[in-house]
Design a protein around this ligand. Sequence first.
Ligand code: 4NP
Length: 171
Amino acid sequence: MPNYHRPITKNNPFAIVFVCLGNICRSPTGEGLLLHKVKEKGLASYFYIDSAGTAAYHVGEPANSKSQATANNHGVHLPSKARQFEYADFNEFDLILAMDAENYKNIKALDRNNRFEDKVKMMREFDPTPEDGNVPDPYYGGLQGFENVYQIINRSCDALLDELTPLIEDD
Ligand code: 4NP
């Protein structure tokens, strides 16, 4: 059984943070998509969902306009305001999902004593077709890259929710 498995209740919601580099493209897409999915299923009160970036370049910014347009085409709103991932997040969250190997390495570098190793996973561990395991950085490319990112994160979030939903219990 994966080590982050525990009973999920309204009093003890499962906290997930998606992490990319800038917190304006990939991780806001994860946050907005998973929020949308849990609301659609009536499970919003069992989850706390957030996103962050390992870099600080875009702190305070909303999601990138191409990420927003792509999500909106699918009826999904991206509510994020960029912030940098910080050490306190290791305690705050049950699951820390890195979008690529570089983000994973940057997160792990903050956990010098490996106290939180079990909480840090790659987003595409949940993707049924993980390819090289990275969600590619769409920032410098065209809309097709943003759509590709959306599809990867969409199917990964579906698989993640399928794994977590059976852990939900009533208080
Ligand atoms: P994200 O994309 O990590 O998916 O938010 C990027 C956003 C900004 C930059 C790189 C990637 N940047 O170099 O500013």
